[in-house]
Design a protein. Structure first.
Length: 355
């Protein structure tokens, strides 16, 4: 083995060990609430990677990506709750949710094939809101989604009789639900990373990049732009559907309020802030934008009490204000993202020189 191979192997083993013990370290030092935050961070990594296929690879601005998250979540909930009294195992309901989400991706992609830029953004935004409104109103005349009340008592993931909704002990190690879900989320996040990485370096990935750079030139080279766009929407939605099913199982309850426009904007911000088209950058963006606001939530309140002796600004409002200011500053100082790809960094550097 070469020196580089040895370094890569050492980094891989060290990373695997850290990820394996991370929930116990965080749980024992900061509490299980922070393990839960890490669980949600992994869900957002899956969502950001799915949106990165559409926005980062194919260059299609999508503001309604949360709709696919909702489709996956509601599919899992309807197939695994007392609402219809259907209790399918997770290895059937999660793939079904991902498949339905991919079908919705094709449904969205078909009418917007000739749209680009602002027009595409507006249509996809409307699509996301339409799905949320449907979920909110499909309780009459036949109660399908239970409307604004949402669906409760959703089945947790069960593996071989082991329910992840209850604390258990394995080999003398006590595991809470947040710990067990962490390992499930981590496994599927790694699977999504591998899938997206293979896509990026495949002929399909190169076709997406060619279309993103110059759609006319790509079509002149013989690429089927229609099929490439539809494939981007479908595969991106597939990842969103998987994350949605996991979210429903983890929460045990879903309602249309969980799938609002702000969620779509947050996921897009993760992709843009991390570095569009760069998988490590997107992962970093998702982790930072999930965990940083929670840190601010814990800091802002005590900081105001220490400085002024009273609460001047509601911590939630102050948290979002500081979060927004940080994003604006980031876009002004480093518009290519926190961890951009070499290609994208070179493009921004060249634009700065011309400017």
């Amino acid at each position: 083995m070469t020196m580089d191979s040895n370094k890569k192997l050492a980094v891989f083993i060290a990373s695997a060990i850290v990820l394996a013990v991370l929930p116990f370290i965080v749980g024992n030092t900061l509490g299980n609430s922070w393990v839960r935050i890490i669980d949600f961070a992994l869900l957002y990594v899956m969502l950001a990677l799915g949106l990165n296929i559409v926005v980062g690879f194919a260059g299609l601005l999508d503001l309604g990506f949360i709709a696919f998250y909702a489709v996956g979540a509601y599919t899992f909930a309807l197939l695994g709750s007392p609402h219809f009294d259907i209790h399918l195992p997770f290895y059937i309901s999660i793939p079904l949710g991902a498949l339905f989400a991919a079908m919705f991706g094709l449904l969205l992609g078909t009418p917007v094939l000739k749209l680009k830029g602002d027009y595409l953004a507006i249509v996809t935004l409307g699509f996301g809101e339409i799905v949320r409104i449907f979920m909110n109103n499909l309780n009459a005349p036949v109660n399908i989604t239970n409307g604004p009340q949402g669906i409760n008592l959703i089945d947790p993931i069960q593996v071989g009789g082991l329910s992840m909704g209850k604390a258990t002990e394995i080999f003398g190690i006590s595991l809470n639900p947040v710990h067990m879900y962490y390992y499930v989320f981590l496994f599927l996040t790694v699977a999504v990373v591998i899938m997206v990485s293979r896509l990026q370096h495949s002929r399909i990935g190169r076709a997406w990049v060619a279309m993103r750079e110059d759609q006319t030139a790509a079509a002149a080279m013989g690429l089927n732009i229609r099929n490439i766009k539809l494939l981007a929407f479908a595969l991106g939605a597939l990842s969103g559907g998987v994350a949605g099913g996991l979210f429903a199982s983890f929460q045990g309850f879903i309602s249309p309020e969980s799938f609002g426009l702000l969620e779509s904007v947050m996921i897009l911000a993760m992709v843009v802030l991390g570095g569009m088209g760069h998988i490590p950058g997107v992962i970093l963006g998702a982790l930072v934008l999930t965990i940083a606001p929670e840190i601010l939530r814990d800091v802002i309140g005590p900081l105001q009490m220490h400085a002024f002796g009273k609460m001047l600004v509601d911590p939630e409002n102050a948290r979002m204000l500081l979060f927004g200011v940080a994003m604006v500053v980031m876009m002004l100082v480093r518009p290519e993202g926190m961890w951009p790809s070499k290609r994208r960094k070179a493009e921004f550097d060249e634009a700065k020189k011309k400017g």
